[in-house]
Design a protein around this ligand. Structure first.
Ligand code: BES
Ligand code: MN
Ligand code: ZN
Length: 509
């Protein structure tokens, strides 16, 4: 999808599809009260073309509601699409992101390949933020997961143009627009990885994809396998990897700001992004029920989010150092597989009693988190489809977030305000540690039935010591079980935007 930003009046604009947003200006709380749809543009030509449709009562401007007009009078555009954003009083950037996605998903099946999105104007709305949200939303809407359909028709949008009012702050809108394109594209890069089935995305192939991305973006990247994992004494990572015929991959990506004199100070923070990259999780010897097991191809979504985030970081060039570490393996039952009762010695030296081989994500992350600190990380963030318990707790709306440090959590909170993604903090109190104390070794890899998302996080905490750390449990939100008007069913690419914003927040310090 090519993107373009214009500052023009709409009357003379040529377009296959011109998209304008409309909000419901009614303030009545009564659900039966009539909606008052108002256009979010001051452009007179568009307003007059839309007037009869808006007055017809057919359109209430609810979120993602659409109304299409052909050959709109007074305009050069072939079609005009009005997209609702809900109540005007509650208008914020997530609605705009969704509306842009919904417009794209409206156009795709209708074989419309070019569209022009009119930036909404509304009191108190940040125009630059809206530009960014619109492009992000358009990329999100443009993704479809039908990669392997033999009669697949590529219906992706070829040209997505955003038009801003001539009075806008051009520099701010341009910068935000560019950021939106980088983030949207990187999110889709992650989604494409997550979408790949286990047979087509082994740890080795994930390593190759990461290396290819790094080469393209000019980032140094190393992909190690069995030998190095054993040499580093990553006993927890290896415990999982040993059960598969597919060799594991330890992916290390680096970003250091360009040496242009304005580079990050040598003593500035080093942020490490650590991802769970289980390309398929059968559960191992503690095998999962066959129903729904196919979904476990997305058990590398945390790792893929880190690779996508590194891609965006390479392009946005924040003045802060970043390391990406992805621990990738297949969790398989076999004659070589680790077993319940086994004791694995992690790279940190801690002895882990394996109670359940299906709790493999925390095993690989234990060594990934320790290694990242050895590489010099001062701050850690990990992302993982870690626990079903997190899905039970938060459903498929919020991802879980945990942190051992208030300042680091505040950085993340601010990042989430910008990204528009949804996270809910869960606790990490010392009392929970008792649930994972082992009789034979230091800790057990499961903490029993209750508080499963928390005991998994407590397990990870054992490997981060005092380093400020964030843990994102994205099990419930990495895969959309149903399509929405603005996004297809399938991989969501969640966490990429928040992680990138979190990284950028350290540049401002
Ligand atoms: N990959 C799963 C978690 C998961 C569940 C991801 C649902 C996405 C959707 C993880 O490796 C796992 O199996 N966790 C176990 C842990 C248990 C054995 C302590 C779980 O949640 O059941
Ligand atoms: Mn598992
Ligand atoms: Zn897993």
């Amino acid at each position: 999808m090519k993107t373009e930003l214009k500052f023009e009046s709409l009357q003379s604009l040529q377009a296959e599809l011109l998209v304008v947003l409309a909000a419901d200006a009614s303030t009545s709380k009564d659900k039966n009260a009539a909606a008052e749809p108002v256009l979010l543009t001051k452009d007179a030509a568009v307003a007059s073309a839309d007037k009869p449709a808006l007055q017809s009562g057919e359109f209430s401007a609810t979120a993602c509601e659409t109304l299409l007009l052909h050959a709109p009078p007074e305009l050069k555009a072939k079609r005009l699409l009005i997209v609702g954003v809900g109540k005007a009083a509650k208008l914020s950037l997530p609605e705009i992101r969704k509306a842009a996605g919904a417009a794209v998903r409206f156009a795709k099946p209708r074989k419309i390949r070019q569209m022009t999105f009119v930036l909404p104007e509304h009191d108190g709305l940040d125009l630059a933020g809206a530009a960014r949200a619109a492009v992000e939303g358009a990329f999100v809407g443009d993704f479809d997961p039908d990669t392997y359909r033999s009669d697949r028709k590529d219906r992706s949008i070829q040209q997505f143009t955003v038009v801003a009012p001539a009075s806008a702050d051009k520099t701010a809108v341009q910068a935000a627009f560019r950021e939106g394109a980088i983030l949207g594209e990187s999110q889709n890069f992650t989604r494409a990885l997550v979408n790949e089935p286990g047979n087509r995305l082994t740890p080795t192939i994930l390593g190759e994809r990461a290396a290819a991305m790094c080469k393209e973006q000019g980032l140094p990247c190393e992909v190690h396998s069995t030998e190095k994992i054993k040499e580093l004494k990553m006993g927890a990572f290896w415990a999982v990897a040993q059960g598969s015929d597919e060799p594991p991959a330890l992916i290390v990506m680096r970003y250091g700001p360009p040496a242009d004199g304005k580079a990050a100070p040598k003593d500035g923070p080093v942020l490490a992004l650590v991802g769970k990259g289980i390309t398929f999780d059968t559960g191992g010897i503690s095998i999962k029920p066959s129903e729904g097991m196919e979904k476990m191809k997305y058990d590398m979504a945390g790792g893929a989010a880190m690779i996508g985030a590194m891609r965006a970081i390479a392009q946005l060039k924040p003045k802060v150092r970043v390391i990406g570490v992805v621990c990738s393996a297949e969790n398989m039952p076999s004659g070589k597989a680790y077993k319940p009762g086994d004791v694995a010695i992690a790279m940190s030296g801690k002895a882990i009693e394996v109670l359940n081989t299906d709790a493999e994500g925390r095993m690989v992350l234990a060594d990934g988190l320790h290694y990242a600190q050895q590489l010099g990380a001062t701050h850690l963030i990990d992302a993982a489809t870690l626990t079903g318990a997190c899905v039970v707790a938060l459903g498929m709306v919020n991802a879980g977030v945990f942190s051992n440090d208030e300042a680091t959590y505040e950085h993340f909170q601010k990042a989430v305000e910008i990204s528009g993604e949804r996270f809910w903090r869960l606790p990490l109190e010392d009392e929970y540690r008792e649930m994972i104390v082992s009789d034979i070794g230091d800790i057990k890899n499961t903490g029993g039935r209750y508080g499963g998302a928390i005991t998994a996080a407590m397990f990870l905490k054992e490997f981060v010591d005092e380093t400020p750390w964030l843990h994102l449990d994205i099990a419930g939100v990495a895969w959309m079980e149903e399509q929405k008007p603005w996004i297809a069913k399938g991989p969501s690419g969640v966490a990429v935007r928040s992680i990138v914003e979190w990284v950028r927040s350290y540049e401002k310090e």
